[in-house]
Design a protein around this ligand. Structure first.
Ligand SMILES: CC(C)(COP(=O)(O)OP(=O)(O)OC[C@H]1O[C@@H](n2cnc3c(N)ncnc32)[C@H](O)[C@@H]1OP(=O)(O)O)[C@@H](O)C(=O)NCCC(=O)NCCS
Length: 148
């Protein structure tokens, strides 16, 4: 058993990443969308690997002085071990170094696990996006990196 580590995602990780998404999210992305995202120069995609297996991932888009968390998921059997927190902290190191000032994300109000995670890292709810998911509103959560 090796220590969990966070590293850059590559195309070879996609089968495990797609599987995690399929089991974790109500609307998982298609493989085509994943490939597009991985190729974007504005993207930052990381995985958490342990003993050669990928247990979780995160994706950010970096645009000017803002970063947007596009996706995050951890395999259900590997949750509550601090892996999502590790992924966010590793992903945020890049925008901080690049001078990004604010990080945004959308979350379902019903997603208590994700909301607790984001709040524990300093994100605050700053707006509601009505009917964002079609079947539910989204809370817009913001992390102000300048005034932490
Ligand atoms: C949200 C998610 C990524 C959290 O992953 P995780 O690896 O279990 O999270 P961590 O272990 O790093 O948890 C960090 C903190 O988040 C909060 N948290 C995480 N899961 C929680 C839960 N089920 N209930 C309450 N708080 C929770 C806690 O504050 C936790 O700290 P603690 O364990 O010291 O109390 C995971 O539940 C998941 O993949 N969910 C499905 C996909 C999803 O909803 N993605 C987010 C879309 S916006």
């Amino acid at each position: 058993m090796t220590e969990p580590r966070v590293r850059q995602m590559c195309a070879a990780d996609l089968p495990e990443v797609l599987e995690t998404d399929r089991l974790s999210l109500p609307r998982p992305w298609s493989e085509a969308l994943w490939r597009e995202e991985l190729e974007s120069p504005f993207s930052l995609y990381l995985v958490l690997e342990e003993s050669g297996e990928v247990h979780g991932h995160i994706g950010l888009k970096l645009l000017s002085d803002e970063a947007h968390v596009m996706t995050i998921a951890v395999r259900s059997e590997k949750r509550r071990r601090g892996y999502a927190r590790m992924l966010i902290q590793a992903a945020l190191a890049v925008p901080v170094a690049a001078g990004v000032r604010r990080v945004y994300l959308e979350v379902r109000p019903s997603n208590i696990a994700a909301r607790s995670l984001y709040e524990s890292l300093g994100f605050r709810t700053t707006a509601v996006r009505r009917n964002y998911y079609g079947d539910e509103d989204a809370l817009l959560m913001t992390l102000d990196l300048e005034h932490r």
